[in-house]
Design a protein around this ligand. Structure first.
Ligand SMILES: Nc1ncnc2c1ncn2[C@@H]1O[C@H](COP(=O)(O)OP(=O)(O)OP(=O)(O)O)[C@@H](O)[C@H]1O
Ligand SMILES: [Mg+2]
Length: 359
């Protein structure tokens, strides 16, 4: 297993795997993105994951109304109210600074709360209105460097700065924030074929090579932000030697069998469903004590199972016995493709497979 000196969590396992090494005391990360891209959700997930490990958080917001935010977060399984009641969360809503002179007062207030509450994670949601008030870019950079980059060192913790990227723009454009941050995560969303596609771009992680720059993400009711990052393979793995030999004589004659990692693509003319596929799947599962997952984008999981029983009935009258034998070995899933993008559907497929492996 990979060694990591990670101290803080993001609440997203795959993200921890990619940037975890940068989440050590004294670091600050930037979560940037277009309006509605999921910045608040990601920053809150980071807060929540660490509060669950008894680390205190300070969440400073210029935008979010506390009641509304807490309610929205509950729908993605983040319970800020509970954390506040436990004394682990201090939420502070500040009005937008109208003049440059007001910024100083804001910083004093933030500092005061840090000293009083001793948080290990501090979120500023967002830094954009604060820095926009500072007209001079050099002053803005000094503010970032002298104040926000210093806080994590002072508290020996983690600071998450949220930055807004205007619609149609690609750059963060404030105070050269990209130079100062230890990690930069950019959330993006776009509409493709009427479907909303969300992506997370990992633009910089200090001290960690970035192998994977862009990953599909989704915000899911009851679950929150999920992402699937495929493993990075440094070299093409050699094909495992183990051969699963087909139990069907004809298939065996033609192909012998399959090896781990093989992909078999079966195509057939419309209206000619090759039900006999079942035979070689059941044959392999039973002969080698394997696990199989059947995922359909068209039929429900019950229908899949019923089709299998129907098919077995045409071959023998032992369908009940076979169903009993494969009960824990073959699992049926269905995914409704109507409301999801290709990226997300593959994410679902992979999460199903991961679940089966762990079962
Ligand atoms: N329970 C939920 N289920 C599915 N999607 C949700 C849920 N809650 C929020 N979302 C999605 O998350 C998006 C907003 O996320 P969030 O508030 O984190 O974005 P943001 O980048 O902080 O936005 P802003 O720029 O307005 O501050 C919403 O547009 C919505 O599509
Ligand atoms: Mg927000």
């Amino acid at each position: 297993m990979e060694m990591t000196n990670q101290v803080f969590k993001t609440g997203i396992k795959e993200l921890d795997r990619l940037i975890g090494k940068a989440l050590i005391p004294g670091s600050f990360i930037v979560v940037a993105g277009h309006p509605g891209a999921g910045k608040t959700t990601l920053a809150s997930s980071i807060c929540y994951a660490n509060m669950l490990e008894n680390k205190k958080c300070l969440y400073v917001s210029f935008q979010e109304d506390k009641e509304k935010l807490y309610r929205n977060l509950l729908s993605v399984n983040i319970n800020f109210k509970e954390m506040e009641e436990k004394g682990l969360l201090r939420f502070l809503k500040l009005p937008l600074p109208a003049q440059e002179e007001a910024v100083e007062k804001f910083l004093d207030k933030i500092m005061e709360l840090i000293i009083k509450n001793n948080p290990k994670v501090v979120v500023i949601d967002s830094i954009t209105p604060l820095l926009s008030t500072v007209r001079d870019n050099i002053k803005a950079r000094a503010l970032l460097q002298n104040f926000f980059a210093e806080i994590p060192k002072e508290i020996k913790g983690l600071v998450v700065l949220i930055a807004e990227i205007p619609m149609m723009e690609e750059k963060i454009m404030i105070g050269d924030i990209e130079f100062v941050a230890d990690a930069i995560l950019i959330l993006k969303h776009r509409v493709e074929r009427n479907l909303l596609i969300r992506e997370l771009e990992i633009r910089k992680v200090r001290g960690v090579p970035i192998n994977l720059a862009k990953v599909p993400v989704a915000i899911i009711e009851g679950k929150g932000l999920v992402m699937y990052a495929p493993p990075i393979l440094e070299e093409v793995p050699s094909r495992p030697r183990e051969l699963y030999e087909f139990q069907c004589t004809r298939l065996h004659e033609l192909f012998k069998g399959i090896r781990k990692g093989d992909v078999i693509y079966i195509s057939y003319p419309p209206d000619d469903r090759p039900s006999d596929i079942w035979l070689f799947i059941i044959g392999l599962v039973l002969a080698y004590d394997l696990k199989a997952v059947m995922i359909s984008y068209k039929r429900s999981s019950e229908e899949l199972r019923e089709n299998l029983v129907k098919y077995l009935r045409t071959k023998c009258n032992c369908q009940e016995k076979i169903m009993e034998l494969i009960k824990d070995k073959i699992k049926f899933y269905s995914i409704n493709p109507a409301g999801i993008s290709i990226g997300i559907s593959s994410l679902w497929e992979l999460s199903i497979i991961e679940k089966i492996i762990l079962m």
